[in-house]
Design a protein around this ligand. Sequence first.
Ligand SMILES: Cc1cc2nc3c(=O)[nH]c(=O)nc-3n(C[C@H](O)[C@H](O)[C@H](O)COP(=O)(O)OP(=O)(O)OC[C@H]3O[C@@H](n4cnc5c(N)ncnc54)[C@H](O)[C@@H]3O)c2cc1C
Length: 504
Amino acid sequence: MNDQIRSIVIVGGGTAGWMAATALARVLGRQTATITLVESEEIGTIGVGEATIPPIQAFNTLLGINEDEFVRATKGTFKLGIEFLDWWRVGHRYFHPFGVYGHDFGPIPFEGLWHRLNQAGQAEPLDHYSICAMGAAAGRFMRPQPGGNTPLARIGYAYHFDAGLYAAFLRRHAQAAGVTPREGRVVEVLLDTERGFIEAVSLADGTRIEADLFIDCSGFRGLLVAEALGTRFEDWGQWLPNDRAVTVPSANVGPPTPFTRSTARAAGWQWRIPLQHRTGNGYVYSSRHVSDDEAAATLLSGLDGEALAEPRQLCFSTGRREAFWVKNCVALGLASGFMEPLESTSIHLVQAGIARLLEMLPTRRFERADIRRYNRLMTAEFESIRDFLILHFHATERDDTPYWRELGAMSVPDALQERMRIYAGTGRIFREADDLFTKTSWLAVMEGQGLRARSYDPLALAMPLAEAQARMARIATVTKAAVGHMPAHGDFVARIVNETVAAP
Ligand SMILES: Cc1cc2nc3c(=O)[nH]c(=O)nc-3n(C[C@H](O)[C@H](O)[C@H](O)COP(=O)(O)OP(=O)(O)OC[C@H]3O[C@@H](n4cnc5c(N)ncnc54)[C@H](O)[C@@H]3O)c2cc1C
């Protein structure tokens, strides 16, 4: 095969760039193609992005990363889900757990039986059927225990980590796998006149770097995909109007919680991400509804511990590039599009892009069919995440500020409208082929945001009521008992951290 890709240039050394570099180097090996990553210290990275979702475990496995080493190097903690405060109504709390609620009963879905019992006033709260929700509420964590029909086998988890340390950690792995880092500012992108492909990038010091394949990880600007190749941005601000964030780290108060917290505010929402050495906080808001100063004051007044730095302001647009792969350039990370971190999906989208690129690794012919397929699949993934996010803002009873009144009244994309209608009818939820979020996720957020089913799935009638009650009660009892076997999350993390100290 003489038309294989021989050289890859990645522009950008943020989380996206180093994730791509590490994964490509690891999978392709040193023999296939040279990989160069260009980054600019002067421009810097966005420096946020510290909460993740469970598929990141697969990424670490692909990279051959030892989880304990990873947690130590990134000052990480574990995450069992997200706690949502004040989203449906002020004072209300719900939990979006990883893992699953209970289990299905053959053809009868869990949620069918739950709705049936709930409508008869005989169901327990959803959290009682989830080991992740119950573990989180108790401040406990353990990795899933293999084997056995126990809720402990079904613990789903992800991580919180320090973004700067994560990039540094990946950089070490990438360099060890043969990636060449190159410091310098790209000042020009050179296109070939015939096909409009990217031929090379020029750095400020005059160096020209050529490659067969370019990966644009240059952040919001999209230096290659947008500025050089002219790919337009599809703006989703009509559904997700938040366009700013103000962030600040704060001192830890007490042991780290095994979950991210999201608290709805007057014109957006505030995150709290517990790490070993600090807590990350940020208020994501709509600049049409609140001033930067007011947002910073709200953020600072809602911290658990003392602020450790001055608040930092960030601006963003929500949406996606009309194409993610254009000619010989694939955009990943912020260069490809952005949705607010309400469900911690951006780093996952980088991972998904890398996985698909590897699946459809091009030759120098760059087959159009591959490119079309890549763009179609990534578009579907972006859109299903978009709809899941919109659900949080739209399905709420909050009408206490113009922000919430606008979001409650907006018209939502058809696919989401359909999901909400189906749920309102029979409480049914479903997962489309490429949906990232599971039935558990949709059920948690539909119920948590106050949607209620009028009826329930007729399949639930296939089980006699008394048996349904007994089986569901058993799930809740076993789940509660299982939580007792989980250690405190702080102790679990401390044990991992202290292992290095003890090691020779
Ligand atoms: C407020 C906020 C909170 C977030 N929270 C989360 C979260 O909790 N979970 C999550 O999954 N995601 C989150 N994200 C998204 C996440 O931060 C990003 O997806 C991730 O950090 C990847 O960023 P990036 O590498 O694409 O861009 P960046 O970090 O901006 O990196 C861009 C790189 O390109 C380089 N560069 C740019 N121009 C040039 C040039 N001319 N020459 C050379 N190099 C250049 C820069 O120096 C840098 O190295 C959040 C984003 C925001 C805005």
